[in-house]
Design a protein around this ligand. Structure first.
Ligand SMILES: CCCCC/C=C\C/C=C\C/C=C\C/C=C\CCCC(=O)SCCNC(=O)CCNC(=O)[C@H](O)C(C)(C)COP(=O)(O)OP(=O)(O)OC[C@H]1O[C@@H](n2cnc3c(N)ncnc32)[C@H](O)[C@@H]1OP(=O)(O)O
Length: 139
């Protein structure tokens, strides 16, 4: 398992998902474990939608970022082109969440079909996502 994030020297990174310097960001840290990219997150009061539950837009951001990081770990610069999110259970605040992502298919060398999920402490998959990421020349 590799904590690549600690190798990043880009002090200008203010990404809402992964920058450690963005004061209102999620400050996520990722690992790559075989073919699975993983992070952990605990939503707080300020991340709520309905009382007691995480806001759906922020849930999507968690998944988007985790799928993007799988690609980043694999040295691929991308933009999210499309994403769908299936919310099966509310995601409670003050609860340790595991977020995972993986690559399912690469089309025409440029379109990456990714998947992700959020797992609750009891093992239930609360949310699933599928997304298309397009390789770009951003790097
Ligand atoms: C990963 C974290 C890394 C962190 C590293 C740390 C430090 C670095 C510092 C800062 C950066 C930090 C973090 C930021 C990283 C990630 C955040 C998460 C990711 C995001 O949150 S990112 C934001 C949301 N995202 C956008 O803001 C995208 C806006 N958009 C575009 O930028 C373009 O739209 C683009 C690039 C998507 C495509 O543009 P394009 O010009 O390259 O391509 P084009 O449109 O010509 O399409 C070519 C062929 O793909 C087909 N095609 C297109 N779209 C398709 C789809 N959805 N499904 C199926 N096919 C599709 C066409 O139909 C055509 O097909 P054909 O060739 O047959 O005609």
């Amino acid at each position: 398992m590799e904590l690549l994030q600690d190798r990043i020297k880009d002090n200008n990174n203010m990404c809402f998902g992964c920058s450690q310097a963005n004061p209102i960001g999620l400050k996520l840290k990722f690992t790559l474990d075989g073919e699975i990219c993983r992070t952990e997150f605990e939503a707080k009061e300020e991340h709520q939608g309905w009382n007691g539950y995480m806001h759906g837009g922020l849930i999507a951001a968690l998944l988007d970022e985790t799928m993007a990081w799988w690609l980043w770990f694999n040295d691929i610069s991308i933009m999210t082109a499309e994403m769908t999110t299936r919310y099966s259970y509310g995601v409670p605040i003050n609860t340790r969440l595991v977020v995972e992502s993986w690559c399912e298919e690469v089309k025409r060398g440029r379109l990456y079909l990714m998947a992700g999920r959020i797992i609750l402490p009891d093992g239930k998959v609360a949310v699933r996502a599928n997304a298309k990421f397009m390789k770009t020349e951003l790097k």
